[in-house]
Design a protein around this ligand. Structure first.
Ligand SMILES: [Zn+2]
Ligand SMILES: [Zn+2]
Length: 422
C-alpha cells in the first residue's frame, strides 16, 4: 500500500465511530444540562495567539506545534490546545457584552507534533468547557463537576480529584523566590530541562516526571504559606463548593500550571483504584489569559479532557457503551424478482424514519441474510415471489429467528411497533 495516514494520526473507522457518536452525544447532553453552549473555532489560528495564549518557552509552543506560512506569508498554527482560541473568540466578538458569565464548550481536534505513543496521537480530540467572566470559586467547582459527573455517569466510579492553588500575581512571586532558593542548592542534581526551568519558571520543576527531580520536589516548600488572603479565600471557596456537592478531593501541592497567567485553581482528575490510576483531565483558572491576548482582564476557568483517553480508560475498566448504529430493517428479495418493490419499500421506510438497508446486487437470499447480520439488522423483510403476488411479506426477527407473514399494506407501522417494543 503506497499511502498511509500521516504518522501519528488515526482514522476513526465505523467499528469505533459509533462509540465516538455515543460519547459526543452524552457530552453535549451534559454540557447543555450545565448551561454551556457550544463554540466552534477554526482549526487554525495566527501563531501569535498560541505564542501569547499558551506561552513562549513552553514545550507546546517550542516543540509541538504544526506551524507554517500561508500563501500570504502569515504564520499560522494548527490548534495545539483549546482554551487560547476560545478566549481569542470571546474577545474578538465581545461575548461578555450581553452579560456574564459566559459558559462555552467545544469538542474539537487538537494537533501536537510530539512522540506518538499508545493513546496519544498527533491529532487527538478534546472535550473542554470554559466559564468566562466570573472570578467566583463556585465557577471553578461547577466547571470541574461537569466532567466528574460525566465520568461517573459513564460508570467510572473511582474518580479522584487532585486540587491545588498556584496563587496569583500578588503572591506567587514570593513563592517562586522560595523555590529558587530551595532548588538553587541542588542545581547539579536537576535534569537538564529543569535546570532551564529553574531560570524560566521554577514552578514547572514541580511537574517534572524525572525521578531525580521528583525526589527533590517532595521536600520542596509548598505554596500554602505564601498564598495571599484573596487566594486563600478563593481556594477555600472552591473546596467548600466541592464539599457541598460531595465531590471528594486531595490537596496536592505538586499540581501546577506553570504559566504566568494561570491563577489560583489547578486540578487534575484521575480514574481507577489507587496505584493503577489513569489521568483523565486537567483544569484550572486562567485570569491572566485575556490580558495576555491583548484584551481587557476577563477571569476564566475551564478544563480539557481527551476523548481518545476517555475511550481507552472505559475499555480498560471493562465498561461497554450501548451500541446504537445497527439498521432496523433489512429488505431482502429472493434474488430474481422484487427488485423494484424492494427498492421502493426501502425508500418508503427511510422516509418514515426507519433505518433500512438492502442488497443493491440482489444476491441469493443466504448472502443477503449474511449482509443483514453484518449490518446488525433487527428485522428482515423478505419479498418472495409468492408473497408479492399476495401483497404480503415475510418478516423475520433476526435475534430469535421467528418468522411471520404480514400484509405489505401497513407493514411499516407494524415494523415500527415491533421495533419500539424491543
Ligand atoms: Zn526535571
Ligand atoms: Zn494571591
Amino acid at each position: 500500500m503506497k499511502y498511509r495516514a500521516v504518522r501519528g494520526m488515526h482514522d476513526i473507522l465505523p467499528e469505533e465511530s459509533w462509540k465516538w457518536q455515543y460519547l459526543e452525544e452524552k457530552i453535549r447532553t451534559f454540557a447543555h444540562r450545565y448551561g454551556f453552549r457550544e463554540i466552534r473555532t477554526p482549526m487554525l489560528e495566527y501563531t501569535e495567539v498560541f505564542q501569547r495564549g499558551v506561552g513562549e518557552g513552553t514545550d507546546i509552543v517550542e516543540k509541538e506545534m504544526y506551524t507554517f506560512l500561508d500563501r500570504g506569508g502569515r504564520s499560522l498554527s494548527l490548534r495545539p490546545e483549546g482554551t487560547a482560541a476560545v478566549v481569542r473568540a470571546y474577545l474578538e466578538h465581545n461575548l461578555g457584552a450581553s452579560g456574564t458569565p459566559v459558559k462555552l464548550y467545544y469538542i474539537a481536534p487538537l494537533f501536537r507534533y510530539d512522540r506518538p505513543q499508545r493513546g496519544r496521537y498527533r491529532q487527538h480530540h478534546q472535550f473542554g468547557a470554559e466559564i468566562l467572566g466570573t472570578p467566583d470559586p463556585a465557577a471553578d467547582a461547577e466547571v470541574l463537576s461537569l466532567p466528574i459527573r460525566l465520568m461517573q455517569d459513564l460508570g467510572l466510579r473511582e474518580v479522584e480529584v487532585h486540587l491545588n492553588s498556584v496563587g496569583d500575581a500578588a503572591c506567587r512571586p514570593r513563592y517562586i523566590a522560595a523555590l529558587r532558593e530551595y532548588f538553587g542548592r541542588y542545581l547539579d542534581e536537576l535534569c537538564p530541562d529543569c535546570r532551564r526551568r529553574y531560570d524560566v519558571n521554577p514552578l514547572r520543576i514541580l511537574d517534572c516526571k524525572e525521578e531525580r527531580c521528583h525526589r527533590l520536589t517532595r521536600e520542596a516548600p509548598t505554596i500554602f504559606p505564601y498564598l495571599c488572603q484573596e487566594c486563600r479565600n478563593h481556594f477555600e471557596g472552591v473546596q467548600e463548593h466541592l464539599d457541598w456537592l460531595g465531590i471528594r478531593y486531595t490537596i496536592d501541592p505538586f499540581i501546577v500550571r506553570g504559566l504566568d497567567y494561570y491563577t489560583r485553581t489547578a486540578a487534575e482528575v484521575y480514574s481507577g483504584k489507587l496505584g493503577a490510576q489513569n489521568a483523565m483531565f486537567g483544569g484550572g483558572r486562567y485570569d491572566g489569559l485575556a490580558s495576555q491576548l491583548g484584551g481587557p482582564p476577563v477571569p476564566g476557568v475551564g478544563f480539557g479532557m481527551g476523548i481518545e483517553r476517555l475511550l481507552l480508560v472505559l475499555e480498560e475498566e471493562g465498561i461497554a457503551l450501548p451500541r446504537e448504529d445497527g439498521v432496523d430493517v433489512f429488505v431482502a428479495t429472493t434474488g430474481k424478482t422484487g427488485h423494484r418493490e424492494a427498492f421502493q419499500l426501502l425508500d418508503q421506510m427511510r422516509q418514515a424514519g426507519l433505518r433500512a438497508d438492502g442488497d443493491p446486487s440482489h444476491r441469493e437470499l443466504r448472502a443477503q441474510m449474511k449482509l443483514a447480520n453484518r449490518l446488525g439488522a433487527r428485522y428482515a423483510v423478505i419479498l418472495g415471489e409468492e408473497e408479492l403476488r399476495l401483497g404480503m411479506a415475510t418478516v423475520r426477527n433476526m435475534a430469535s429467528g421467528d418468522q411471520e407473514r404480514l400484509p405489505l399494506e401497513g407493514l411499516i407501522e407494524a415494523l415500527r411497533e415491533r421495533i419500539q417494543k424491543t
